[in-house]
Design a protein around this ligand. Structure first.
Ligand SMILES: [Zn+2]
Length: 450
């Protein structure tokens, strides 16, 4: 197989550049191409296909496409921007304190408007106080679409600054219309709940429940947490009052509300919530994982115990043989832990994959046991191999050439952060289809017929 050593890559780079509408620089394309051809030793067809798939969806940002945020009007937002600047007036804004898994967090959400339209926004950390009616520049934001509506998000890379130079004459409908605040509770199927859901009523079966004691402003308080499910899905709940909930009960919960933590919606039962026991027979989804597409997951932002099947299109940095701090288990570089200083690291195996199922791409982290299983390389073998070659990267490269373009089914919880959805896989199975062999086969056939 040809490699870049004796091959002019320029025509392929130009082809890729055109195929990706000029959104990825030629420099990045050259690096990517070299990675596939030289490091993973794939053929040209596979390399091209992988790169196009990787950048086409443009949802995960393993590699930032473009570090300069373009400025767009709200009506121009597509819901897929990874980095974008928007100048808009906050026509509604509120701070929300959320406490999930004992971690308190303040987020800010509201409605932004410019002279072309309105969009809900969420600032994922407490960046200060914002004034209703003030125009702000939402710098380095990203967007998502939910129910055909574009949402503006500001994560750790973003900033929101007052902008006194711009004034908008807003149409009355957008200035007075959507409040984004209180919405009346309606009945919902659990599978339709998203992180944007506010008040709701649900019917479902309690499939797990446990109580725990938390400390609220110096006082001990008992809360109940568990899982409630119907035929469409399941959701974690937290009950802040004692409703005497028991496993196996079928409930009609009214006036509950949703708070999301890293993209996973959580059902909260608070002071305004009522709980009725009902006779209705509800078949709750099984205990197995729920099969989803990446597109489904993107709409919700995350979820519990999901199953995704797709193609491995990238082995990301941080895969293969890695070093961990013996105290906190964080991965460390140069034997230095951010928290514990210089340490004698413990070696481990891990994979960070980009998996594309045709509807989108998701980042998947795979633990040592499953990494050993799907690559056929044990930790000891990996250590020996890296000693032999004097290079730890050899392990990730070898794993890359085994796994790239293979079909994989992964299950686990999916959470979202600035970089899009990520799954910590509980299980990983490689499919029997050898995509590389299939594609090479097809390529030979096509070439042969020319
Ligand atoms: Zn540490």
């Amino acid at each position: 197989m040809d490699t870049s050593d004796n091959m002019d890559l320029t025509p392929i780079i130009q082809e890729l550049y055109a195929a990706l509408d000029g959104k990825v620089t030629e420099e990045i394309l050259r690096k990517e191409l070299e990675k596939y051809l030289v490091t993973y030793k794939t053929g040209v067809t596979i390399a091209k296909d992988s790169i196009i798939r990787k950048y086409r969806n443009n949802r995960q940002s393993g590699t930032a496409l473009n570090n300069t945020a373009v400025t767009k009007k709200i009506a121009e937002l597509e819901g897929t921007e990874m980095i974008v600047t928007v100048v808009a007036k906050m026509i509604f804004v509120e701070k929300k304190d959320v406490v999930i898994k004992n971690v308190p967090k303040t987020i800010i959400s509201g409605i932004a408007a410019d002279d072309t339209g309105t969009a809900p926004f969420t600032i994922w950390s407490d960046m200060g106080d914002f004034q209703k009616g003030q125009v702000y520049t939402f710098k380095n934001a990203y967007t998502r679409t939910y129910k055909d509506q574009v949402q503006i998000n500001v994560g750790i890379r973003g900033k929101v600054e007052p902008n006194d130079e711009v004034h908008f004459d807003l149409p009355n409908s957008s200035a007075n219309g959507t409040s984004g605040g209180i919405s009346s509770a309606t009945d919902m199927a659990i599978g339709d709940i998203t992180e944007q859901t506010k008040n709701l009523n649900v019917k479902g079966v309690v499939s797990e429940i446990q109580s725990r004691t938390i400390n609220v402003k110096g006082e001990e308080k008992t809360v109940w947490g568990g899982i409630i499910a119907d035929q469409s899905g399941k959701v974690q709940f937290t009950s802040w009052n004692d409703f005497g909930l028991k496993e196996g009960e079928t409930l009609y919960v009214k006036n509950a509300y949703i708070r999301a933590w890293r993209g996973i919606p959580q059902l909260n039962m608070g002071d305004r919530t009522t709980v009725e026991r009902i006779e209705e027979s509800i078949t709750a989804v099984g205990s197995g994982p729920t099969k989803k597409t990446v597109e489904d997951v993107m709409k919700v932002g995350g979820g519990l115990d999901l199953s995704i099947t797709g193609t491995i299109v990238d082995i990301r940095t941080g895969s293969g043989l890695i070093k961990r701090c013996p105290n906190c288990n964080r991965s460390v570089l140069n034997n230095t832990c951010a928290q514990h200083g210089e340490v004698e690291p413990v070696l481990d195996l891990r994979l960070k994959l980009t998996v594309d199922d045709g509807t989108g791409a998701i980042s998947v982290i795979i633990n040592r046991a499953d990494t050993e299983k799907i690559t056929g390389m044990t930790l000891d073998q990996a250590i020996n191999l890296s000693k032999e070659k004097g290079d730890m990267n050899i392990v990730a490269n070898k794993m890359g050439s085994t796994l790239l373009m293979k079909k994989i089914t992964v299950t686990g919880n999916i959470m979202s952060d600035d970089f899009g959805p990520q799954m910590n896989a509980r299980t990983a199975e490689i499919g029997s289809t050898d995509v590389i062999a299939e594609a090479e086969e097809l390529y030979k056939e096509v070439e042969g017929s020319l």
